[in-house]
Write a protein that binds this ligand. Structure first.
Ligand code: HXC
Length: 519
């Protein structure tokens, strides 16, 4: 064979590999409203940046007729490319090849790029669309998953790991995405569950559809397993690109600072009027967030889950930061099990990757009741407390209004390593609200008063006294728990100056094998 012929052969082999399971299966993939594994990578990565590995790998199994079903690449496309010029490692499961099922060699391909990503210190993005363990390969396939899980665990907190679910992801296969930092699901075309509807019915009798058991809606609003629900795959891939703007390449780097063009001294008079006259009235905390961040850009995570707390990424004068904010517009911003878990995970995500945390506090306390206590709110709330207390990244806390009880301590208070704590003049920082306090402190006196009218008068007198003394930021400021009381309109500038000051902050935890966070 001449050199030209050999090159021609290479070109043909590449063309064959690029067809995956063949034209018909590609058409079937499109007919389901799904992109192919390669089309997804094209959209995800900077144009022309993809370098593919292991295009010619095939499986080694000859059982159950698999011997004559060998496809170059074996159902997963792996390699590296760039996003906004920064290196990322990728794998993209190809459903057109044996349903994207995972074989021994398929797993080895993924492990190869994960190992290299760890050495290089670059994020790994996995696009999942697979029928799970390749049934014909039996235990080899299970071992293949376990090899990936182990790498997910070792990479956790070292390099960002992002999972897109754009098709089936079932059985033990769900655990690789679950071990990564962020999960994005596409609406209608993706699902995740440990056991599917058929097994569910035969074991428990419950009849439930695929969508209702593990669709994108369920996992972004009910279980909280997924962080983003994308209308389609294009949007999902854009979210990944956006997310990386806020993250460093690895845990030894800082997140990238960029020029955003939004003046740091920009004040906003709207903030001086955003808090309603009555303490129990709701308002939209995202109005505050959009007002203070660069160019109103806020990448909200877990938007549909535990809406009483808001978390996500934004920039302040080009510096990426994670935002945690109680949401008075939903359940009065109360802290419950789901909100505590959601925020705790986010705080730890930020801390692992050196992203400073800005916290906006307006929290009436923890949600009372047996459902919460039986669900272990003690341990769940402790997660958030633990996360804040353990985090060494710069932490700036702004108390907008209520900061009551245990929830005050949990939400980035000074004693849990809050670096710079500001409050608006509307802040109310106390052990509990006036009504509850008067009931407890004055119960005996109230009981001795004759008649409802007299009782009512006494209660409101005492409530006013309590509000006067405690429903303000000055008691806390008097003790230095609040560094300054600031005018709301200047909040953006004060946060930016705080973050700039804290850029060189150093804090460490004592040496240990690892902490024992209450799980
Ligand atoms: C081998 C598989 C496969 C698998 C699908 N295929 N899943 N081959 N192993 N796990 C093949 C099919 O035989 C078919 O090949 C082709 O892929 C396309 O599949 P279809 O069934 O035609 O596609 P569709 O109707 O869209 O259904 C997709 C599906 C279904 C829902 C994913 O294929 C399915 O239920 N597959 C099995 C899922 C499963 O139980 N997996 C094991 C989970 S346990 P042909 O050539 O006929 O077109 C697991 C354990 C992991 O994963 C453990 C980790 C610890």
């Amino acid at each position: 064979m001449s050199q030209q012929e050999k090159i021609q052969r290479l070109i043909e082999l590449r063309e064959q590999a690029k067809l995956g399971g063949g034209k018909k299966r590609i058409e079937a993939q499109h007919a389901k409203g799904k992109l192919t594994a390669r089309e997804r990578l094209e959209l995800l990565l900077d144009e022309g940046s993809f370098e593919e590995y292991d295009m010619f790998v095939t499986h080694r199994c000859n059982d159950f007729g698999l011997g004559n079903k060998k496809y170059p690449g074996d159902g997963v496309i792996t390699g590296h490319g760039t996003i906004d010029g920064r290196v990322v490692y990728v794998y993209s499961q190809d459903f057109t090849v044996l349903g994207g099922s995972l074989s021994e060699t398929f797993s080895k391909k993924i492990c190869k790029i994960m190992d290299q990503a760890m050495k290089v210190g670059a994020p790994v993005i996995g696009i999942n669309d697979s029928g799970g363990a390749r049934i014909q390969e039996g235990v080899l396939s299970l071992a293949g998953y376990a090899e990936i899980f182990q790498r997910n665990i070792m990479a956790s907190g070292v390099i960002p790991q992002i999972s897109a679910i754009f098709g089936p992801c079932a059985g033990g296969a769900v655990y690789s995405p679950a071990l990564t930092d962020v999960i994005i699901m596409s609406e209608k075309t993706s699902y995740m569950f440990v056991t599917g509807p058929k097994v569910t019915k035969s074991v428990t009798g419950e009849v439930v559809s695929t969508e209702d058991l593990g669709g994108a809606e369920v996992h972004t609003s009910k279980s909280g397993v997924a962080h983003f629900r994308a209308e389609d795959e294009e949007e999902g891939l854009l979210i990944i690109r956006k997310l990386l703007e806020y993250l460093p390449q690895n845990n030894l780097e800082d997140p990238p600072v960029t020029e955003t063009g939004d003046p740091s001294e920009r004040a906003d008079d709207m903030l001086n009027e955003v808090i309603p006259g009555e303490s129990n009235q709701a308002y939209e905390v995202k109005d505050v967030i959009y007002s203070v961040v660069d160019n109103k850009e806020f990448l909200e995570m877990h938007r549909h889950y535990a809406r009483n707390i808001v978390v996500g990424f934004a920039k302040f004068n080009g510096m990426p930061a994670g935002i945690v904010a109680n949401q008075p517009n939903y359940l009065a911003g109360v802290l419950d099990i789901d909100a505590s878990r959601k925020a705790a995970r986010f705080v730890r995500f930020c801390d692992a990757f050196n992203v400073p945390i800005v916290t906006f506090v307006d929290v009436p306390g923890f949600l009372p009741g047996s459902a919460q206590e039986y669900g272990g709110i003690i341990v769940q709330g402790a997660k958030l407390l633990f996360a804040y207390g353990e985090a060494t990244v710069p932490k700036v806390t702004i108390t907008l209004r209520k900061s009551y009880g245990g929830a005050h301590d949990v939400m980035g208070c000074k004693q849990l390593r809050g670096d710079i704590n500001y409050a608006w003049p509307t802040a109310e920082i106390a052990v509990m609200g006036a009504r509850g306090a008067v009931e407890i402190l004055e119960g005996r006196n109230i009981a001795q008063i004759d008649g409802d009218e007299g009782k009512g008068r006494y209660i409101s007198e005492k409530e006013n006294e309590y509000v006067e003394k405690f429903a303000n930021p000055y008691e806390a400021a008097r003790h230095g728990y609040i560094d300054d009381v600031i005018e709301p309109r200047n909040t953006r500038f004060r946060i930016i100056r705080a973050l700039q000051t804290l850029v060189t902050k150093k804090d460490v935890n004592p040496p240990k094998k690892h902490s024992n966070i209450p799980l």
